[in-house]
Design a binder for this molecule. Structure first.
Ligand code: 13P
Length: 275
């Protein structure tokens, strides 16, 4: 059942848990994520990241119709979300294709430019009945861990102003997580999460969900994180499952990878959903 981000995050708010938000850059990851969600009877967010196209993965125009088709048929609530749309034209295309939620990512811009572009994204998304996530501060490295950015933690006063003036539905905050593999153990700024939560009226999003300890997931969820973006470790689980075997058939390798990704996603859902 296809839902918006606003609708799915209401479920998270009511249960004081977080919804797992997983990148699905190909059919196999989509199958694994939805199988995990249906098996655990959990709402789920499927994400297409703009940056994955640069890594040779599916184009939005190819994968979006499949994401939407499968989300619609799923037995659990599914939001189909555009992750880190850095161009307004790309965000617009996502809305045209039917995404029920988009993230406009202006975190590399000045706060004024980020604000102005986010306002435009909110106005456009409203015409499609879709939700909008935006980011204040910066995660630094992008998905896959590349990018030269240094992390700039979200300032609570700026976050309050930004949320109130843009009318976004969810706020991505930087407080110590990064995309991709961690080079050293992440040290999360829990006080910052609580402070921002006390000042804004919309759910908070944690990006860079891979490699965080179970205790830290629990702590940020307790302090108000309602959406956790997760990809690197589920992708690694698929790779590890097929790395030491010899396959005669490609489809056997694919099926083993899907099974491993599904198990990894299930574990993440159990933690995020307080199951
Ligand atoms: P990881 O790279 O930590 O899995 O995070 C994914 C993410 O935040 C996508 O937006």
């Amino acid at each position: 059942m296809l839902v918006t981000l606003k609708q799915i995050l209401k479920i998270a708010e009511a249960k004081s848990c977080a919804i797992g938000s997983f990148n699905s850059p190909n059919l196999e990851s989509l199958q694994a994520i939805l199988a995990a969600a249906e098996e655990l009877n959990q709402p789920v967010i499927l994400m297409h990241a703009q940056v994955h196209e640069e890594m040779g993965l599916c184009k939005m125009d190819e994968i979006a119709p499949i994401m939407l088709f499968m989300a619609d048929r799923a037995k659990v609530p599914v939001c189909v979300h555009l992750d880190h749309g850095t161009d307004l034209s790309y965000v617009h295309r996502g809305l045209e294709l039917g995404f029920t939620s988009v993230m406009y990512d202006g975190s590399a811009l000045s706060v004024e430019e980020n604000y102005a572009n986010t306002c435009m994204a909110v106005e456009t998304a409203a015409r499609y009945g879709a939700s909008v996530e935006a980011e204040v501060g910066s995660m630094g490295a992008r998905e896959g861990g590349d990018g030269d950015g240094e992390s700039i933690y979200t300032d609570p006063d700026t976050a309050k102003w930004f949320v109130e003036e843009t009318g976004i539905d969810a706020l991505a905050c930087a407080f110590g997580t990064v995309h991709g593999f961690y080079l050293s153990e992440p040290k999360l700024d829990f006080e910052r999460v609580s402070k921002i939560r006390s000042m804004i009226q919309v759910p908070m999003v944690m990006h860079g969900g891979s490699g965080v300890s179970t205790a830290d997931y629990k702590e940020v969820i307790k302090r108000g994180i309602r959406k956790i973006n997760y990809y690197t470790y589920m992708s690694k689980a698929g790779a590890v499952a097929i790395s030491n075997k010899e396959y005669g058939q490609f489809h056997d390798a694919v099926n083993d990878a899907i099974a491993a990704i599904k198990e990894d996603v299930k574990q993440a859902m159990i933690t995020f959903g307080n199951l």
